[in-house]
Design a protein around this ligand. Structure first.
Ligand code: UDX
Length: 442
């Protein structure tokens, strides 16, 4: 099939490259010329494991191309994927400007019947709007069937998820369009669910909202565990054994971030509000997450009192490991809170420094060497569970820090390992280890 993809962000680029890998002829387009130029050289603008080799491979075998001219991409396509951003408006609603602009450009570009497949996360009813826009500039008899085909890709494992997802959702009222999309995905051997457009749009929001709810639930249980002297890891394991609950997404920490959960939960609250439903549960999920992101600095102030002038090593900037994305990351909230306390911050991250520097400039120091980050630090705060941090030798903390105090926002270390070292250690939902003699570096 000849496929076009509008948008070369995390979703569009991974979708385009993987569809080319499946054997389709794919042209990806983006309004940002500099991204297209970079992609045409085989380099990826995003840090995503396995993406660049697959990108290079399909560029060289001619199945994949990039253009900054959308008309070139759309006019010969049989299927056009819309994978442009739906950023958050001030009031929490989804900003659909890019979606509408893509629909308009598709409308004025197409010269034959086409399927328009919406990958972007869009409020219920948006796919009908997309069809209206296309038909308004390119009226029948030209047919543009619109399909809602939400993505369930996780950053850092996008390619794995594309080829090994749990299900593919195809939402459309057109049986022909459903059959064509089914044919595209059959080789993946992933269960395919065909439904109506609005249900498909809702499945995406409900999935992300439920996952975010699971995270805020386990984070609140962790708070209670700390107060009653239970251990969240034991509790999470114990409840996860129940097949109805399952072990996934019960990892406590300093809250969820990323470009999806924060945006999609707020958008769903607004979508519910638009139909006069106050989504109280999801509002609480958001509130708990905001509180969780503030936890690390509150704990730091409890331990060392004023943070003014203190040297704080912030370990991890990305919103999760194996990505360079810092959007809505817990680390951003931590840095802002530490700056308000006039702390001196040096931040470590193996991939996300360029993105974090765009936010903080030179208000904080950055390093890709954990040893440098903790050198002479008064306290270390772990915000991302990178393997580099999880496997970092614990004795380095006592050797290099002014005082070996760690606030572990991602429970990277076991209490057993920590207790072998003179480290003062706070984590989430587990007993604090503060009876160790604090070794003040002489
Ligand atoms: C998410 C959904 O998983 C994916 O299906 C959807 O398509 C896009 O949004 P993503 O945001 O990339 O994917 O990453 P994910 O692995 O879901 O993590 C999201 C956030 O939740 C991260 O900040 C992560 O640290 C946090 N998280 C995840 C937890 O705090 N605990 C967990 O158990 C799992």
């Amino acid at each position: 099939m000849r496929i076009a993809v509008a948008g070369t962000g995390y979703v569009g680029l991974i979708t385009g490259v993987c569809l080319a890998e499946m054997g389709h002829h794919v042209v990806c387009t983006d309004i940002r010329e500099e991204k297209i130029q970079l992609l045409k050289t085989g380099r990826s603008p995003i840090f995503e494991p396995g993406l660049e080799p697959m990108l290079k491979q399909n560029l060289s075998n001619g199945r994949l191309d990039f253009t900054a001219n959308p008309k070139t991409a759309y006019k010969d396509a049989d299927i056009i994927y819309i994978a442009v951003g739906t950023p958050e408006n001030e009031d929490g609603t989804a900003n659909l400007d890019y979606i509408h602009a893509a629909a308009y450009t598709i409308g004025v570009s197409i010269e034959k019947d086409v399927i328009v497949c919406t990958k972007s996360t869009v409020p219920v009813g948006t796919n009908e709007k997309i069809k209206e826009i296309i038909q308004s500039v390119n009226p029948p008899p030209l047919q543009a069937e619109v399909v809602s085909n939400p993505e369930f890709l996780r950053e850092g494992s996008g390619i794995i998820d594309f080829f090994n997802g749990d299900r593919i959702v195809i939402g459309t009222e057109s049986r022909e369009a459903a059959a064509i999309m089914e044919k595209i995905y059959l080789p993946l051997k992933i269960p395919i669910m065909k439904t109506d457009t609005r249900s498909a749009e809702m499945i995406k929001y409900a999935s992300n909202a439920y996952l975010a709810t699971k995270i805020s639930f386990i984070n609140e249980i962790a708070e209670i565990c700390e107060k009653v002297g239970a251990n969240i890891e034991e509790v999470a394991y114990g409840i996860g054994q129940d097949k109805r609950i399952g072990p996934h997404f019960l990892q406590t920490g300093i809250g969820y971030g990323g470009s999806c959960f924060p945006k999609d939960t707020k958008a769903l609250v607004q979508i519910a509000g638009n139909v006069k439903h106050k989504f109280e549960l999801l509002e609480s999920v958001i509130k708990v997450n905001n509180r969780q992101q503030a936890l690390a600095v509150l704990k730091a102030k409890e331990i060392v009192g004023s943070l003014k002038g203190k040297r704080v090593a912030l370990l991890g900037l990305a919103f999760k490991p194996d990505t360079d994305d810092t959007r809505e990351a817990a680390s951003l909230a931590i840095v802002k809170a530490l700056l308000e306390e006039d702390a001196n911050i040096i931040a470590f991250d193996p991939a996300a420094i360029p993105n974090a520097r765009k936010v903080f400039g030179n208000t904080i120091e950055f390093t890709m060497d954990i040893n440098l980050a903790i050198e002479d630090a008064d306290i270390a705060i772990i915000a991302t569970e990178w393997d580099h941090i999880k496997h970092f030798p614990l004795e380095r903390y006592t050797e290099r820090m002014k005082s070996a105090i760690i606030i572990d926002g991602r429970n990277c270390y076991s209490l057993q390992d920590i207790s072998k070292h003179p480290i003062t250690y706070f984590s989430i939902g587990r007993p604090a280890i503060i009876d160790q003699p604090k070794r003040i570096k002489n």
